[in-house]
Design a binder for this molecule. Structure first.
Ligand code: PHE
Length: 372
């Protein structure tokens, strides 16, 4: 049964010395925004379900309640992520203990679901990544994974080799999905690399004068299929970021809004209504604060961002490196500009000064840097 090795939030002991999950992240577990029919993420998920149900006569099995706390093996090894890949680092991934992570992608469930015999499935869930802070990045976001497995009779009659057939089917499926969601939108395919697919592609759509990456996909590495007992098969897989798409479809300007319980946000969305444009309630003024310090060897921007989020929470809108130099003695200085802004109210000078002085204090103490 899928989800058999259930690790539940309540059972997690977080005093492991390798644990790097802060409370601000831990409290997000179980929120399942993607299962709210009135929330833009739930509305988008349902619209994607509609596309698959209509075009594949309900063949795709849906999983949306799999626990985000997964074994390292499921998140990385089962999908062939090399032992030295950066995504495994404590700087990029949240570890509950050395054997267990908060999944950093829904691909963490591919192997298990294949092993249980499914050939057409969609997996939706919250995923977790240590990252920078700006309007499109948040350490928790949502992905949907899709997998379709083919048998020899599928490609044999086509006159194409199995890989070409599978890649073509994948592109047709996803172009159809993009049109279902966006209507006539300009799209392009970009070759890329993932450890679990070959060939691998990204789909980009042209939006607000920019090419926006909306999903990664490719022909699944045979090794993954073989290990799940499917020696004769080929498959495709894709993983798409729901926030990215929803921000475009609903005109949502800041990723933090998805977590807002402000009625002025939540009341604007209706079940089944994809792409109703969000009307921003008055934008409150930003406040900028700079902090400069001499970095140490171990300094990383992700660690700085976690300190800022730990103190300012969702009041932190952006953390941006604005100056970087190395002096004659070889010491490197960084200056970061922190943008504070609430989406719900005006902040007072007092309150921001307090946050900023706390940031300075903790940065110095935890990140081993020397303030300037
Ligand atoms: N897991 C990839 C990511 O998070 C997306 C992906 C899924 C790519 C499946 C290829 C196939 O970026």
């Amino acid at each position: 049964e899928v989800g058999g090795v259930k690790i539940s939030k309540e059972d997690v002991v977080r005093d492991d010395p390798t644990n790097n999950v802060p409370d601000t992240i831990f409290t997000k577990l179980g929120m399942q925004l993607h299962r709210r029919d009135q929330h833009p993420l739930g509305i988008l998920k349902n619209a994607i379900y509609d596309y698959f149900d209509a075009n594949y006569s309900n063949k795709f099995e849906k999983f949306e309640d799999l626990c985000p706390i997964v074994p390292v093996i499921a998140n990385f090894d089962d999908v062939l992520v090399p032992a030295d890949h950066v995504s495994r680092s404590y700087n990029d991934t949240y570890y509950v203990d050395s054997q267990t992570v908060l999944r950093c992608h829904t691909s963490a469930h591919q192997a298990e679901i294949l092993r249980s015999g499914h050939t057409h499935f969609l997996v939706t869930g919250d995923v977790y990544r240590r990252d920078s802070i700006d309007s499109t990045h948040y350490p928790v976001f949502h992905q949907m994974e899709g997998v379709r497995v083919f048998s020899p009779e599928d490609w044999e009659s086509s006159g194409l080799d199995a890989t070409t057939y599978t890649a073509q089917d994948l592109k047709t499926c996803l172009e159809g999905l993009a049109r279902h969601l966006f209507g006539a939108v300009e799209m392009r395919w970009v070759d890329t690399y993932f450890p679990f697919t070959s060939p691998s592609f990204e789909l980009e759509i042209f939006f607000q004068e920019k090419w926006l990456e909306v999903l990664g996909c490719g022909v699944m590495e045979r090794e993954i299929l073989k290990r799940s007992g499917k020696t004769e098969n080929y498959a495709w897989a894709f993983g798409l970021g729901l926030e990215r798409l929803a921000m475009v479809l609903f005109d949502i300007p800041d990723i933090r809004l998805f977590w807002s319980s402000d009625k002025r946000f939540t009341s604007q969305f209706t079940k089944g209504q994809l792409g109703v444009k969000f009307k921003p309630f008055s934008k409150f003024p930003p406040c900028y604060k700079d902090v400069s310090f001499w970095i140490s060897e171990a300094f990383t921007e992700n660690n700085l961002c976690e300190v800022v989020r730990g103190i300012a929470g969702d009041l932190a809108e952006e953390v941006q490196l604005i100056d970087n130099f190395t002096n004659k003695k070889g010491m490197t200085s960084h200056c970061y500009r922190i943008t504070y802004r609430s989406m719900e109210r005006s902040l007072t000078d007092e309150e921001i000064n307090e946050l900023q002085s706390k940031v300075r204090e903790v940065v110095q103490e935890k990140l081993k840097v020397v303030l300037r």
